[in-house]
Design a protein. Structure first.
Length: 263
């Protein structure tokens, strides 16, 4: 399975997962134009997308969903509570409810030979999940928008060849930054977002011998920047005896606005 970030950040998220025969998106929180342009760089036509998997209903994950579906009516998968919230979001415009199929955490299913599993995460949304995708060759995982983690989530994300995990904020930047205190508390809380340090600690438990690619995603525009996220996570990995210099292992920061591909 291949993993590529079309856009990842607090202002909009859309991730591509696929292989030679199957093509999926995780979230559609950017414009249809940007989604189509990102797919074009991978020589994939938007009408060939086999499904869009939505993690939760926050606007930076669904803002482009309505306009995309009106042009390209592809299936959409999310938990039942998330679907209800999406269909109630007036800013998305009209959408065909028949395109939506509910998924249940911990109940994997297969689409076009790809095993997909949703796993529950802690975030201040209706019923948020992360996803793993696995074909006969490899497994990839997407885990963003969660304030803390436990053994359950670590186990679900293990065994991935490629991972995209959020490194949302630097704690010091958040604390001295312009956000009002209630918002800072929300971000730091168990249903908020992972800091750079916590992302590194999570990855140190998830990364296994088969892991080849790590993306750091969903960076805050106000409370983080790429070099800081990268170095902080690197320090945590080294502290847990994970050698980033090993052959065939790469870690990179997913760009906020431009596609970031697995090479």
């Amino acid at each position: 399975m291949e993993l590529a970030s079309i856009a990842s950040g607090s202002s909009g998220n859309c991730i591509y997962i696929g292989n030679q025969s199957s093509h999926f998106l995780v979230d559609a929180g950017i414009s249809r134009k940007r989604i189509v342009e990102g797919l074009a760089e991978m020589e994939i036509k938007p009408e060939n997308i086999d499904g869009i998997f939505v993690t939760h209903e926050h606007v930076d994950h669904i803002s482009g969903l309505g306009v995309f579906l009106r042009k390209y009516p592809v299936p959409v998968y999310a938990t039942a509570k998330t679907i209800d919230r999406i269909l109630q979001t007036k800013s998305l415009g009209s959408m065909n409810p028949d395109l939506f199929t509910s998924v249940t955490p911990d109940q994997p299913f297969t689409i076009d030979g790809v095993k997909v599993e949703a796993s529950s995460i802690l975030h201040d949304a209706a019923d948020p999940v992360c996803y793993t995708f696995q074909d006969e060759n490899s497994k990839v995982g997407i885990a963003t928008d969660f304030g803390t983690y436990d053994d359950y989530l670590v186990e679900k994300m293990q065994g991935c060849e490629s991972l995209l995990v959020e490194a949302n904020h630097d704690l010091n930047m958040l604390m001295v930054g312009p956000y009002p205190y209630p918002l800072k508390r929300r971000i730091m809380g168990n249903t908020g977002h992972l800091s750079n340090e916590r992302a590194g600690q999570f990855l140190s438990r998830v990364i296994g011998k088969n892991c080849r690619n790590v993306f750091l995603g969903h960076l805050s525009k106000e409370n983080n920047y790429g070099e800081l996220a990268y170095e902080t996570v690197k320090v945590e990995l080294l502290a847990h005896n994970i050698d980033m210099e090993k052959e065939n292992f790469t870690m990179r920061v997913a760009d906020r606005y431009a596609p970031t591909f697995v090479l």
